[in-house]
Design a protein around this ligand. Sequence first.
Ligand SMILES: NC(=O)c1ccc[n+]([C@@H]2O[C@H](COP(=O)([O-])OP(=O)(O)OC[C@H]3O[C@@H](n4cnc5c(N)ncnc54)[C@H](OP(=O)(O)O)[C@@H]3O)[C@@H](O)[C@H]2O)c1
Length: 272
Amino acid sequence: MTPTDPADRRLALITGASAGIGQALARVYAEHGWDLVLTARRADRLEALADELKLRAGIEAIVIPEDLADPAAPARLVEAIEARGRTVDALINNAGFSRTEGFQAVPWEQHQAMLQVMLIAPVELAHRLSPGMVDRHFGRILNVASLAGYAPATGGDTLYGPIKSFLIKASCGLHLEMYDRDVHVTALCPGYTWSEFHDVNGQRQAVAHSTPEWIWMGPDEVARAGYEASEANRAICVPGAPNKVVSAALKILPDDWTLALAARHGERLGRL
Ligand SMILES: NC(=O)c1ccc[n+]([C@@H]2O[C@H](COP(=O)([O-])OP(=O)(O)OC[C@H]3O[C@@H](n4cnc5c(N)ncnc54)[C@H](OP(=O)(O)O)[C@@H]3O)[C@@H](O)[C@H]2O)c1
């Protein structure tokens, strides 16, 4: 039976819950009885999702809008949760975006925002929240990285892949540190996934023309795979058979070959 006192209920903090994979993860965690803290910039989207999940799953869903590009946001988020008398049992670092116009063409502030949202904020949140998880002998950290973290960066999108590589490697280190402390740490590495990601970076048409339909996954499938991998305490989860083949190939092919493949992919996307 699920405890009725909120202080005894499991709580998952999901960043980037207003769309795509984050929204799907919120639905999966709610289905499994978790209360939620939903965060992103678009408060109206978060409120609509919270209302849906409260009604459908009978959970508590707290909305705390934040812009994670603000370096003060992670601390503010943690304080706002503590002020409600709740503790975070699962941290889902999912918020993300990419800029594909080329390294020089993108203003520095945008590069900085990418580094802050996808690299610093996830690590800071893990650093702030994992001690409580260790003390309570229960915790989950699910970092939404990408298959791109295994590939050389695509030209034009220079920082995205390296940021995701960092997240995979940092996740693996934390997985090892936390393994015997009842805290599961997992890097989820999706490949092409239907969401708003490619609308936001303006690449919808280009990716639709340069990738086969079968390589795409739905956000719900990706979220389910991530949830199961986290519960099973797997260090890395690459969802979907085609993505598993691609990640295996990227690990065994010589660097020159993967770089040539990345160059070809960049040309087909019109980035080089
Ligand atoms: N789609 C793919 O093909 C794919 C593949 C591999 C990995 N991924 C990764 O999956 C994760 C989720 O992406 P998605 O595909 O679901 O994309 P999406 O549909 O565009 O969703 C991105 C989410 O991130 C949030 N976000 C972006 N900038 C933010 C900021 N400054 N502060 C707070 N939240 C911010 C957005 O919310 P607001 O705009 O409301 O702030 C939104 O909720 C990302 O980390 C992405 O890198 C995606």
